[in-house]
Every structure is written in C-alpha cells, then in structure tokens.
Write a protein that binds this ligand. Structure first.
Ligand SMILES: NC(=O)c1ccc[n+]([C@@H]2O[C@H](COP(=O)([O-])OP(=O)(O)OC[C@H]3O[C@@H](n4cnc5c(N)ncnc54)[C@H](OP(=O)(O)O)[C@@H]3O)[C@@H](O)[C@H]2O)c1
Length: 351
C-alpha cells in the first residue's frame, strides 16, 4: 500500500498519509536543502507539510521562524502552487521562549493577543494568506507530558479557558486566515474539553491531535486512541523513528557525525534502559524479517487504525527517500504479530 489520501478529522479536507516534517530546516538544513525536500516530496505526492512558529529546532532566538521563512521563500519561488499543499503550522504553548513575542509578556500563551500576533507573523513568514491547519503546539495549561508530572501547585495555575481559546481561533477562521484547528502534545482531558465546548457553543472543532507515536512510545493508546476512533479527531503521529533511534544509527553506542544526537544531545526520551532494550528488540526484528528498520517503524505508525498521517523528518535526500519509500512496505499478519509480542513484553517504555 502506498501513500494515500485520508480525511482530516471531520473537515472533508484530504491529506496525504505521509506528512513532511520540516523542523530541521533553518538549523541542521539550509534553505536550499529545505527547498529540495519540498520539491521531492511533491514529486512523490506528499501534499501535507507541518511546521511551527517555534522552528527550527532546537529552539533559539536566532533561529526562531527560520523554517516558516524557508517554506515562504519556496512558495514565493513557486507561484501558483499554494493550492497543491495542505499547510499546517503551530503556535507555541505556555513557555519561557519569550523571544517568540514582540510584546513584553511573562509567558508565551494562548491569549487572544498572542494568538493574533502569532497568526499574523506566521502568515508573513510563510508568505501566504491562509493556514490550512493551525495547531496549539502544546497546551496553555501545565500538563503531564514526556514523563514529567504536574505538581499540585501547577494544577492551581490559571490558564486560558478552553472556550476562550476556541473563540480566539474562531475569529481567524471567520476572517479566512485559518481553515481548521488542531492540538498537539495534548491529553485526553484537554481534547475532550475542547470538543465539549465546541459542541455546546458552536465553536470550531479540534480536528487533529499531533502527538508523539512510535514503536516504543505508544501512550496514545491509553485514551487518545478511543477519542480518535469515536470522535474522528485525526492522529498526526510525530517522531515515528524515535528521533533516529529506530533507524539503528545509534546501535552499539555509535554516534554518527552530524546526527541529531551528536549535534544536540537531545534524545533523552529514548535513553532509559527499558527504552534502549525495546529499541534494540525492534531493530533485531527488522534484521530477522529482512526489512529496513526505518520502514518497519514508519509503516507501523501508518497502519494503525487511528493514524491519519505520519510526520516524517529527514536531514538528507537519501533519508527522505527512505522515509517516503517506507509507505510501500507490505504489512503482513506476521509483522503485526511479532510487533504485538514485543509490545506485550515492553509496553510503551518511552514517554
Ligand atoms: N508537535 C511536536 O511537539 C513535534 C515534536 C517533534 C516533531 N514534530 C514534527 O514531526 C516531524 C518529524 O519529527 P522527528 O524529526 O522527531 O521524526 P523522526 O522520524 O523520529 O526522526 C527524524 C530524524 O531521524 C533521522 N533520520 C531520518 N531518516 C533516517 C534514515 N533513513 N537513516 C538515518 N537517520 C534518519 C534524521 O535525523 P539526523 O540525520 O539528525 O540523525 C531525521 O531528522 C518534525 O519535523 C515536526 O514537523 C512535532
């Protein structure tokens, strides 16, 4: 089965089952490399692209907005192609990345003023007049995420009410600047509160959930999967390769020059003993089945009934080709069963 088109939430808008991730463009990758990736992705029929106001990664004042600028310069170079692409971007949630805002603020937040500023700046950098999917990168409220717990004191902190956030977004939908909205790094509580407010008050519906999901990080299946299946809110699965770990590139302590781990040392999520053991077991399975481990990992995400699109990321054209080819891997009953056995032995060891 190759890349296909799937409906995003209940929007009627179709996106490709492969989404082009962009967060390395502007730090790890140059503008020319980003442009080459977009050209190639389109040639291969990948029409769904994901970015964020915060990118490129790792987050820094000097590089913030670079990725959107690179997409913007590609759009300017390719007049008439905007309609061929479903473009998703995101507003930062509560954080101390204060360089993201022009006004003097204490936190980046999802207040009306900050959403207005963020939408306007993203449109300017992207050089377009509309965003197909506008996502809240992470919530305005403190939430348990990436293995981090929320203290009782943090739970007491005021946050922008769900209803108010939807109202702020609605103004941009009505003005034609945004077509649809979604969440990212959200919890079941947050998604259901947004859906309930939308239904009760006729506000915009969150149509997608962009969360981490891969062979060794399957917390999505503890509640969010049910929301997807019953409410038709799409999963957009990020980090399908566990940031490179599931390719096997870091096996036996290897540290390839120019890899994310070598450059940024930011892969802690996957470095617990249990995480490492589980990663190794999936790499062995790929060896045994004689399939590319990247294809096994990506196609696993793609074949889940709750996945609408799997967001790939690549820092070279070879990697991009491998990631896109992964969608052609034939999925068998045997692969499914073998993965299930490993998963039962070590369910979701990574946060
Ligand atoms: N919403 C969020 O909070 C969030 C968080 C993370 C990502 N995302 C989105 O999801 C996209 C993908 O995330 P991700 O980059 O973490 O995905 P990933 O698929 O887990 O990791 C991609 C990285 O793995 C390495 N890689 C890819 N293919 C390879 C291959 N064939 N052989 C060896 N190495 C390979 C590359 O890094 P190196 O070459 O540097 O090793 C590449 O950048 C991002 O661009 C972004 O759009 C969203």
């Amino acid at each position: 089965m190759a890349i296909d088109m799937r409906e995003l939430g209940r929007t009627g808008m179709k996106v490709t089952s492969c989404c082009l991730g962009t967060m390395t463009w502007g730090t790890q990758n140059s503008e020319a490399e980003g442009h080459a990736q977009m050209d190639y992705a389109l040639e291969r029929g990948v029409n769904f692209w994901d970015t964020a106001e915060m990118y490129s990664i790792p987050p820094a004042a000097e590089t913030q907005g670079n990725t959107e600028r690179i997409i913007g310069s590609w759009l300017a170079k390719n007049p008439g192609r905007r309609g061929d692409i479903v473009l998703a971007t995101k507003i930062a949630g509560r954080s101390k990345m204060l360089w993201t805002r022009e006004e003097d603020v204490e936190w980046t937040r999802h207040t009306r003023e900050q959403i207005d500023e963020a939408v306007e700046k993203s449109l300017e950098r992207l050089r377009t007049d509309y965003i197909d999917l506008y996502q809240l990168h992470w919530p305005d409220r403190p939430v348990p995420l990436f293995g981090r717990k929320v203290s009782a004191r943090e739970y007491a902190i005021d946050y922008e009410p769900f209803e108010a956030i939807l109202e702020h977004l609605q103004r941009h939908i009505e003005a034609g600047r945004i077509r649809h909205v979604g969440v990212s790094n959200e919890t079941p509580y947050g998604v259901m509160r947004f859906l309930a407010e939308a239904e009760a008050k006729g506000l915009p519906r969150m149509e997608s959930i962009q969360n981490v999901y891969n062979l060794v990080s399957r917390k999505y299946e503890e509640g969010l999967d049910e929301i997807t299946m019953r409410e038709r809110v799409s999963l957009l699965a990020y980090s399908p390769l566990a940031q490179g770990y599931l390719t096997g590139k870091y096996r036996n302590g290897a540290l390839p020059q120019g890899s994310r781990k070598q450059l940024f040392e930011r892969l802690q999520r996957y470095e617990s003993l249990q995480g490492q053991a589980a990663i190794e077991s999936y790499l062995r399975l790929a060896d045994e089945l004689e399939v590319d481990p990247s294809a096994l990992a990506i196609r696993f995400c793609d074949t889940r009934p709750f996945t609408t699109s799997t967001i790939i990321g690549a820092t070279s054209m070879d990697q991009l080709q491998t990631c896109i080819d992964a969608f052609d891997l034939e999925w068998s009953e045997e692969i499914e069963q073998r993965i299930e056995e490993l998963h039962t032995a070590q369910p979701s060891p990574c946060p």
